[in-house]
Design a protein around this ligand. Structure first.
Ligand code: CA
Ligand code: CA
Length: 322
């Protein structure tokens, strides 16, 4: 009886071992991922192909060896195990691309992409705006530009600055008395003549002169002139000084426009009239002795301010000319 009990226990144990072996042989490999986990597009937060182990951490390979995929993780990717292999799964959100000249760095497709810094606010006609070490700065360019100076032309960018060449002033050089000679007024009533100049730069002084030819007592000749300018802000001073050719009487004008003034040369003092203000400036100077004959008129123009360049024209004529 005791022997039968021993044999029964041995049979029971043997059947248990066989049953256990059959069960293990018929089951799937315990560490294989479920089909739902296969594929590259796996959400890092729900992936469970690692049999419950933390994502990207100690996942398991197909042969059961634990996988550490953190080496594939970076600011825009999670390193996770998929089908027993470590793969990168892109993340979203902000990041840093390490470039101080980009803004709004964002993860996109597993890469950190920033938007290039907009430096257009520092650009101008002779500079482009460029980001350098995180700061916007100007970088000179070449080409035509506009220096907004009506007294220059052929404006060109030079070292980041727009500069033109000074327009030719046909009256220059004329900074000192007696200045540039211009056609005289020798007919009665005649027509107006013109002088075109530019008071440029601000310290410029322009002198020019012409002759009034006395014609006849019944057709007296004296200067009437008007300074005009395209500038609405520029102010000028215009003076007309007389000098008699054959007698002193014609060198003492009365000021029908403007106020009395004198100008002392190295040898004499000229008498004349001056007017100041914005254009148009009118000037009319009548010799005190109209029977004296021809006389010279010396005109001086000075810029008084209001514009970088002060273009002007002066019409001069016999006072009765149209
Ligand atoms: Ca000038
Ligand atoms: Ca001058």
């Amino acid at each position: 009886m005791e022997i039968d009990n021993v044999m029964h226990l041995r049979r029971t144990a043997l059947l248990g071992i066989i049953a256990a072996a059959l069960y293990l042989g018929g089951c799937p490999t315990p560490l294989s991922p479920r089909p739902a986990d296969a594929g590259a597009q796996v959400d890092a937060g729900t992936f469970d192909g690692d049999m419950g182990l933390p994502d990207g951490d100690l996942a398991a390979s197909q042969d059961g060896t634990a996988l550490n995929c953190t080496k594939l993780s970076d600011q825009c990717n999670n390193g996770v195990a998929v089908s027993g292999k470590c793969v990168k799964v892109p993340k979203t959100g902000s990041c840093s691309d390490g470039d101080s000249c980009t803004d709004n760095d964002t993860c996109s497709g597993g890469k950190c992409v920033g938007k290039s810094r907009d430096c257009s606010k520092v650009k101008d006609q002779c500079n482009k705006g460029v980001c350098d070490k995180g700061a916007c700065k100007k970088v000179p360019i070449t080409g035509a530009c506009n220096d907004n100076n009506s007294c220059t032309e052929n404006d060109t960018c030079r070292s980041g600055v727009c500069e033109g060449t000074k327009k030719k002033d046909d009256q220059e050089p004329n900074d000192t008395y007696p200045g540039k000679k211009n056609p005289g007024i020798n007919s009665c009533p005649g027509t107006a003549k013109w002088v075109t100049g530019a008071a440029y730069p601000a310290t410029d002084v322009d002198w020019y002169n012409f002759t009034y030819f006395y014609k006849a007592v019944n057709c007296p000749v004296w200067p009437k002139m008007t300074l005009t300018s395209p500038s609405t802000t520029a102010t000028f001073q215009i003076c007309a000084f007389h000098k008699g050719k054959t007698c002193t009487g014609s060198g003492k004008p009365s000021c029908l426009k403007g106020t009395a003034a004198t100008y002392t040369t190295s040898t004499e003092t000229l008498k004349g009239c001056c007017a100041s203000g914005k254009a148009p400036l009118k000037m009319e100077t009548k010799p005190s002795n109209l029977s004296c004959g021809s006389f010279f008129v010396y005109v001086r123009v000075k810029p008084l301010g209001g514009a970088t360049c002060q273009e002007y024209k002066i019409s001069y004529k016999n006072h009765i000319a149209p």
